[in-house]
Design a protein around this ligand. Structure first.
Ligand SMILES: Nc1ncnc2c1ncn2[C@@H]1O[C@H](COP(=O)(O)OP(=O)(O)OP(=O)(O)O)[C@@H](O)[C@H]1O
Ligand SMILES: [Mg+2]
Length: 257
């Protein structure tokens, strides 16, 4: 890849007291690629995302965004947003009782010249995002539908659509399909494909490796805080990936030295 990666981590380490969550992680996320981040519970996936999105500073190492070295002391979630990096959490903190259109603009409203929320503009844009960006065609769903009537998959769609509207070019999804029915999972996979089709990048954290293998361009496996594998998804079959992950669980033989 010749273009400058959106994000580059160089030897990043993160320690909580005596717990080492990340060790020497070097990783790049290029433009317009979907990267699957896989690993056991406690492997460090969420920690990696927290460092990358300004939630927590790394203990060691350096973060670069579009080639620019980031000052860990001043990096924050807000700064990550400014740099067009968005995270969609499992519980995407949507307002249950609020209509869908309002949820697109929470925290970042469109205001008119006297500083009031421009409801018409927000509705028009929400409608546009629903139809074009995330392809919402659900029967009976429109911008006025309250979030409480949306399915889990549709909620993820709203959160992803919101991230896309704010021009983020890296969208991080931390286990977006947990607790979703199969059909809903397919919907979320379609949203991920729309991120790719829209020319953006995505980090997709997922325990179901079928899904990751199906939708990702590249696979990164974390094992006890370290990168154990970083390969194009097409370079190994689903079975090879499963075997590799199994091999990480195998008891380690005493090291050779
Ligand atoms: N705030 C914290 N304080 C202390 N230890 C932490 C903290 N956050 C994470 N850890 C530890 O860091 C390690 C990595 O945790 P992390 O949440 O990144 O794993 P994960 O790969 O996201 O796991 P899961 O798949 O269960 O979400 C774990 O051992 C965890 O206990
Ligand atoms: Mg996690």
């Amino acid at each position: 890849m010749t273009s400058i990666p959106i994000v580059r981590l160089e030897n990043v380490g993160k320690q909580y007291g005596k717990v080492v969550s990340l060790r020497n992680v070097s990783l790049e996320i290029g433009s317009n690629e979907i990267v699957g981040l896989i690993g056991d519970n406690g492997a460090g996936k969420s920690t990696l995302i927290k460092v990358l999105t300004g939630v927590e500073p790394p203990t060691t190492g350096t973060l670069y965004i579009r080639g620019k070295k980031i000052d860990a002391a001043s990096y924050s979630v807000k700064e990550a947003h400014n740099l067009r990096i968005e995270t969609v959490y499992q519980d995407s903190s949507l307002g249950e009782k609020q209509p869908l259109w309002r949820n697109f603009f929470v925290g970042r409203p469109i205001t008119n010249w006297i500083g009031l929320i421009d409801v018409k503009a927000e509705k028009r844009i929400a409608e546009h995002i629903m139809r074009t960006t995330i392809g919402f065609r659900g029967a009976g769903i429109d911008v006025d539908t309250p979030v409480s009537r949306l399915s889990g998959g549709e909620r993820q769609g709203v959160a992803i659509g919101r991230a896309m509207h704010f021009e983020s070019d890296l969208i991080v999804l931390d286990e977006p399909t947990v607790a979703l029915a199969l059909k809903e999972v397919q919907r979320v996979l379609d949203f991920i494909r729309s991120i790719k089709a829209g020319g953006r990048s995505c980090i997709y954290i997922e325990h179901n490796i079928h899904h990751v293998h199906e939708v990702c361009d590249r696979l990164v496996v974390l094992d006890r805080g370290e990168v154990a594998l970083d390969v194009p998804a097409a370079s190994l079959s689903y079975n090879e990936l499963a075997d590799f992950l199994m091999s990480l669980h195998a008891p380690r033989t005493a090291s050779a030295n």
